[in-house]
Design a protein around this ligand. Structure first.
Ligand code: AMP
Ligand code: ZN
Length: 664
């Protein structure tokens, strides 16, 4: 055997042992023997660097440093999941999906692993990339760190497709977590609060040698990609297992919601026997074609739902109520609690929502309160233990003045929140608006973070987002934690934001109630900021899905002189305040007023492209057939019940080609 063959053989052997140990949990050699083989390989690789392989088992120990994690746009978006908490919720869900698909529905039940989501890309059987979920659209490239996780295969086995993404959760099993904490305590360091945060923090360590030391595990649950020749979710779990991934065996294929509930009840009780944390069950429609028919809402797949295990509750003392001012001037009361351990984290603060909530639950400082962690990250107070209330307790007086600037607060008729009206002079509002402007989903300004914005405002260098475009390098360099290079990057990032499309600029302006979706609608309808400014409340309300609340807020915003000045300045700096000509060229009104339902599998365009074509040409896409439907666009395998419904209501059906002709 020549050296190259020897090296390759050692790599193969080590890969297999690694798999036996970390994926199957069934080692066939001792740790000592494993280490000896690894050392031997390391030595050979050092001697013969010409046989370097980025996926060699020796690289599991880390070594590479990442200074900045590169942002990567997910090829297939990473969605979140809708939640359910009861049998009724599940039955409602079943009812909804049965309206949209034909035939029997089977479900896979999987545990909902509580860690950090990850998307792994494999090409020709080799791990190409590992990206965090981020905001679902783009995440961070954490490949070097993920390569150190022993249960992530660097090379696949068996008969895998040439290219695919696989999604999973990186978790820190209890045992390893406890051991890490023992070591930290012994070294006089603070223990980590909970496995989930520690797992996600581990992915963002700069030194991969440190990540390698953490006993992380990677559990996989979904394969995405084109032309994978997989027909069901359950099959995809089995396939992933064959290719060398760690896919927990607890998943079960069932035929009814009752069986789903059995699975949930069993695991609600037995989940503490698992080696890692779980926070619920994920139920997925098993048939992938049915999944495709069901599609996605703006946030989550319609074909899956999470069932959350019951939230844990504890009681603790409410020590103080403080008030925060948000970017729109909204005041949120915050409960400062005697620290208490809840579902693995130490809780010190909880949301109190608004004045009504405090009054409704009669929450007072000094009370013993019940705190619960539900689906949200921020725990909430769900009640007061009145037995423990002392006689000298006094009802809570909500504040009258802004805690930051002292201005008298206002509360509009019918609104839950109090507002500080001093939008031009109240610091957290000024800072918050600029932070919103630069945020990822808005202008996404590289090299500028929330803290730097606060610093720039406090130093008096900016008071609004238009000021950003006038910043000079010389003003920034002297600031704390800034240098020549970072100042240049900041200026460059700001300049680059001039390419951000109009709909996102509109969102970035921070008009109350104008979120991402509303901004898109307005941008599409009006096409330029000037048209929006010129529009009256009545005209705005007539735009599809724009209600009176939004319309009022928009007209109010543009009635303010200071805002008009801002817009004028943004325009002078070259920020996009209208839809680009190129985009306009692709949009028509051909399908105006028509509502389409899309069903089946298409040949020339993907389902998503088809929907985009409908919208770009002025039509609307709906998921269910009703008497309002103008056309059903049918591909191959259109569901029989949809066909029947369309026929019954006399809705014309057109083929893919007929549809494409329509918009030519
Ligand atoms: P949420 O973050 O509550 O919207 O829930 C969605 C997340 O659950 C996904 O991003 C996944 O990271 C995670 N998850 C954990 N286990 C599973 C599973 N078996 N199937 C799908 N998602 C899962
Ligand atoms: Zn204020």
């Amino acid at each position: 055997m020549n050296t190259e063959q020897q090296i390759n053989q050692l790599r193969e052997e080590l890969r297999q042992h690694n798999y036996n140990y970390y994926v199957l949990d069934a080692p066939t050699i001792s740790d000592y023997e494993f280490d000896m083989k690894l050392k031997k390989l390391q030595k050979l690789e050092e001697q013969y660097p010409e046989f370097y392989d980025p996926n060699s088992p020796t690289l599991r120990v880390g070594g590479e440093i990442t200074k900045n994690f590169e942002t990567i746009v997910h090829e297939h978006r990473m969605y979140s999941l809708d939640n359910s908490y009861s049998k009724e919720d599940l039955l409602d869900w079943e009812k909804r999906i049965k309206k949209l698909v034909d035939g029997d529905i089977h479900y896979t039940c999987e545990l909902k692993y509580d860690g950090a989501s990850i998307s792994l890309t494999y090409e020709n059987g080799v791990l190409l990339r590992a990206v965090t979920r981020g905001d679902g659209i783009q995440g961070d490239n954490v490949t070097t760190n993920v390569k150190t996780i022993r249960s992530v295969p660097l090379k696949l086995k068996g008969n895998f497709p040439p290219k695919f993404d696989i999604r999973g959760e990186i978790v820190l099993p209890y045992e390893g977590f406890a051991k890490m904490n023992q070591e930290r305590l012994a070294a006089g360091e603070e223990p980590y609060a909970n496995p989930r945060n520690t797992a996600s923090g581990s992915l963002k360590l700069q030194d991969s040698t440190e990540t390698a030391k953490r006993p992380l595990d990677c559990l996989l649950y979904a394969i995405t990609g084109d032309r994978l020749a997989i027909k069901t979710q359950y099959e995809s779990l089995e396939k992933a297992r064959e290719w060398g991934f760690k896919v927990p065996k607890e998943s079960k294929l069932v035929n009814s919601i009752d069986e789903v509930l059995e699975f949930v009840e069993y695991w609600d009780e037995h989940r503490h026997d698992l080696p890692y944390e779980t926070d619920g069950v994920v139920i997925k429609v098993n048939n992938l074609q049915q999944q495709e028919e069901l599609g996605f809402t703006a946030k989550a797949p319609r074909w899956a739902i999470a069932y959350k295990f019951k939230a844990e509750q504890v009681s603790t003392v409410l020590e103080q109520i403080t008030y925060q001012v948000g970017r729109t001037g909204a005041i949120t009361p915050v409960a400062n609690l005697q620290p208490v351990s809840l579902a693995g984290t130490t809780v010190k603060r909880a949301s109190l929502h608004n004045a009504d909530q405090i009054e409704k639950l009669d929450i007072r400082v000094g009370d013993t309160v019940f705190v619960e962690k539900g689906g949200e990250i921020i725990p909430k107070i769900v009640g007061v233990d009145f037995q423990q209330r002392t006689p000298d307790s006094m009802p809570t007086q909500y504040i009258n003045n802004c805690p930051e600037c002292g201005t008298f607060l206002i509360r509009k008729e019918g609104e839950a929140l109090h507002y500080c009206p001093n939008d031009q002079g109240c610091t957290p509002q000024i800072v918050g608006r600029i932070q919103h402007y630069i945020s990822r989903k808005a202008m996404d300004i590289d090299g500028l973070g929330g803290e730097t914005v606060a610093l720039l405002v406090h130093e008096g260098l900016i008071t609004n987002y238009a000021d950003l475009y006038e910043l000079k390098k010389e003003q920034i360099v002297p600031l704390e934690r800034m240098a020549e290079k970072s100042a240049e990057n900041l200026i460059m990032g700001i300049q680059k934001s001039k390419d951000i499309p109009f709909e996102r600029v509109l969102f970035a302006l921070g008009i109350r109630y104008v979120g991402e979706t509303v901004a898109k609608k307005l941008a599409k309808h009006y096409k330029s900021i000037h048209a929006i400014i010129a529009s009256t409340e009545e005209e705005l309300v007539n735009v599809d899905e724009i209600g009176i609340k939004i319309a009022q807020s928009v007209t109010e915003f543009f009635a303010i002189e200071a805002n008009k000045v801002l817009i004028h300045r943004l325009q002078q700096y070259g920020v996009q305040l209208e839809i680009s000509a190129e985009k306009l060229a692709n949009q028509t009104d051909t399908l105006k007023g028509q509502i389409f339902v899309v069903s089946g599998v298409f040949e020339k365009v993907s389902r998503n492209e088809l929907k985009k074509l409908i919208e770009d040409n002025g039509g609307k896409v709906s998921s269910a057939i009703s008497s309002k439907t103008s056309y059903v666009v049918a591909g191959a395998n259109m569901g029989p019940s949809k066909l029947e419904k369309a026929n019954k209501l006399d809705i014309p059906i057109c083929s893919e080609d007929e549809f494409l002709d329509k918009i030519k």
